[in-house]
Design a protein around this ligand. Structure first.
Ligand SMILES: CC(C)(COP(=O)(O)OP(=O)(O)OC[C@H]1O[C@@H](n2cnc3c(N)ncnc32)[C@H](O)[C@@H]1OP(=O)(O)O)[C@@H](O)C(=O)NCCC(=O)NCCS
Length: 158
């Protein structure tokens, strides 16, 4: 596995990972209507491109294929964290989360937080995050449950 930074042109491949992740992994926790509202097949490519270029995610590649991506904003917010269905359960999320922690340390970020799906919550808990609030968010007219989770980072003072 190789983790690299975002490159212009990655946008459609990241959309495929996002769609696959939601439909192949999150289906256990959400209804078909909720999954379609969250990750519709038809999407606005310009809007999507703007979002991912703005987020500048880290990208996990396996044998040249994009397996997952996740970002870290200057505030410590993780906007997207998605592993493609075919690559789940192989430690890809763990590697990306470690990368995010390293990036946070080098950027002097002291707290991580994210709006985490019910599907990803056990993984975030395992990664040391705690639930700050349970939320109900409306996406394209459909309500989904998720949780605001956060993690305080401690830095070693040399
Ligand atoms: C949650 C998700 C990111 C996990 O990705 P993954 O690559 O399968 O996770 P990993 O293989 O790296 O697992 C890392 C650890 O978390 C644990 N873990 C992962 N998913 C878990 C789950 N649903 N329940 C319990 N433990 C879980 C693994 O057992 C592993 O534990 P270990 O370190 O003791 O071996 C992935 O399933 C996903 O993308 N889900 C759907 C999309 C989504 O909800 N994204 C997040 C939006 S905030």
């Amino acid at each position: 596995m190789h983790i690299r930074t975002f490159r212009n042109g990655d946008e459609p491949a990241l959309r495929a990972v996002f769609h696959s992740s939601v439909h192949a992994l999150a289906y256990k926790d959400y209804t078909a209507e909720q999954l379609d509202a969250w990750a519709p097949r038809q999407y606005d490519a310009a809007q999507w491109g703007e979002r991912v270029r703005g987020n500048q995610p880290f990208i996990a590649e396996i044998e040249g294929h994009i397996a997952a991506y996740a970002d870290l904003q200057a505030s410590g917010y993780i906007d997207h964290f998605f592993v493609a269905g075919a690559y789940a359960g192989r430690g890809v999320a763990k590697a990306l989360m470690m990368h995010i922690h390293q990036a946070a340390a080098s950027r002097g970020i002291s707290q991580l937080f994210a709006d985490v799906s019910l599907t990803a919550e056990p993984f975030f808990t395992k990664s040391g995050f705690v639930v700050e609030a349970r939320q109900r968010v409306e996406v394209r007219g459909v309500v989904l449950a998720n949780a605001r989770m956060c993690k305080e980072l401690s830095f070693q003072v040399a």
